[in-house]
Design a protein around this ligand. Sequence first.
Ligand code: GLA
Length: 336
Amino acid sequence: MSVHVLAPGRVNLIGEHTDYTGGLVLPMAIDRFTEIRATRGGDRVHLTSLDEAEPIDLPLHIEQPNQVSPAWGRYVAGVMSEMSAATGQPVTNGLHGHVSTDIPIGAGLSSSAALEVAVALALGFEGTPLQLAQLCQRAEHRASGVPSGIMDQLAVAAGVADHALLIDCGDLTVQPVPLPAGAEIVVRFVTHRTLVGSPYAERVTQCAAAEQLIGPLRHATEAQARRIDDPIVRSRALHVVGENQRVLGFVSAITAGDLAAAGRLMIASHDSLRHQYATSTPAMDAAVAATCARPGVYGARMTGGGFGGCVVALTEPGALSTGWVVRAVNGARVVA
Ligand code: GLA
């Protein structure tokens, strides 16, 4: 039986490094896709990709997804392991086919989440978008060892055309928020990066340390965060507390059509990632500053896990000639 699956990438408009403390995020699925065309059946998963030198060829039962070679097969193996963990059985059918993508790989636009979600659907996953996202988040942990949050997989699985998604990562509710008419969202690629081996995991630990002191950051106040003695843990907590507020402010601003206010919140988010959360780089700071200096740009910020990647900007139509205008699209689906 042949199967054709599409899974979009995502860009996060605001709400960075809040998901793993049950905070608020505002991503949207974008019109860049990872696609799998394959035949279901057999007892191996064999996939080729034009973006990868080597194909992957895996048995249905895999002990250690994080040891698979070539490395892109780890995400596939992670999904297979999680699907069998969910049912107590190895995945029942193999897959033979091809993966293609126009999501830049390793650029902070969730190419790995799109691959995971596409593989799960190609293998026959059945369940809600939230269940799909949770399975793929666990697969990502198994594959990469990075203790990432739920945002990427949930945005990829649950995207809604023409809307951003206000996700409460505490209760995992997803509220579509209409994007403002008369504005563009533009993504500019700056540098490749990987979260594997980056300080991402250390940030997760620092937030846990803050929560030991003042309780869940989602419900903490700025005053509580300010009373943390350790200056590094304090600044991480201040970022998260402030960022959750900025997400709500951004949603109010775009709902009211106040794009200037929304843009200011994006700039404040970037400043906080730079100074309080220390996940930016000089190249990202320079790209954000250069983008914000252009006429017609309301605001811009680094998007995704950081240490490189892409800048996202909110602009008047046609304001930027570099980068690409992204549209919000529906989440991943089996096309045929
Ligand atoms: C990566 C992770 C997400 C999230 C962002 C930062 O994209 O996969 O879970 O933590 O970084 O907002």
